[in-house]
Write a protein that binds this ligand. Sequence first.
Ligand code: NDP
Length: 304
Amino acid sequence: MSANIIDGRQLSHTLRQDYGQRVKRLASQGVTPGLAVLLVGQNPASQVYVKNKVLACKEIGMHSVLLEFEADMTQARLLQEIDRLNHDASIHGILVQLPLPPQIDPQSVIQAISPLKDVDGFNLESAGGLMCGTKSFWPCTPHGCLQMLDAIGFDLKGKHAVVVGRSNIVGKPMALMLLQRNATVTICHSQTADLKAQTLQADVLVAAVGIRHLIKADMVQPGAVVLDVGMNRDEQGKLCGDVDFAAVKEVASYITPVPGGVGPMTITMLLANTLEAAQTALSTLTDLSAQTVHAAHKPPTPRA
Ligand code: NDP
């Protein structure tokens, strides 16, 4: 029997409707959530990604600014811009589109973003929070994958999850999230001795590699849930994933398509993180004003 398709566009649409309501509620309390997207250079793929992010903000009534810079921009200038945004009260999330030109060190730039505004979840504070299970922003792509599992009501407890890929932005955080949900997790990578032996053990298989059709039908346990993060192009330039979708859907119980699967969920989780950042900013403001009122009503300290 053919697998059920987990439709990332549909799920995103449903979630974004809810987020739109949350934006309205926050705005009525005096805080309109705001996202700043920074793009350095004219990488065509990056230009499409940032436009989609800004459009998604507009769709739910969120404030957004797109800041575009020349490819020869210095690192010092970019850090200055981030510092300005860190102090801008109308901006709750800051995203620097990667990759950056060679003269700019991405890690220094990511670390310059305030942890309170790190809505991509890439800086060390966010990564540490995920690792230790404390509150932090989770990277959007694996967070979107987890939402998809929640959407189909999949209980990860005691299940075996296999993540193929160990990047800092997808594979590793995905593995940590699955672990937090009490799955037993295996992480595979380019040096894994027998990939098929590992993937065949998976109740949930996440492919985040960047190799078209790496995951074939005979590598998937019948009934497994398969999430395809990969974004590749075929000979005709058509977008496709890491999973041989047509064949694997005949084996899996659930599967995400490419396009229309994990991709839309990534942007949706960016909106979710920005909303969370704005909610925290509002709570801080409320706490501060309560403290001010409290201080104003405190009886004067008697003089000696
Ligand atoms: P990276 O290139 O950073 O990581 C790829 C990982 O795959 C590495 O850990 C690498 O292992 C592993 N790998 C490479 N070859 C093999 C192999 N033959 N067998 C097993 N593992 C292998 O990529 P990203 O994590 O950034 O992205 C992965 C894919 O997801 C890409 O196609 C990317 O475009 C896509 N993507 C999609 C997003 C979305 O929104 N849908 C968002 C982000 C990424 P090693 O560490 O040993 O080199």
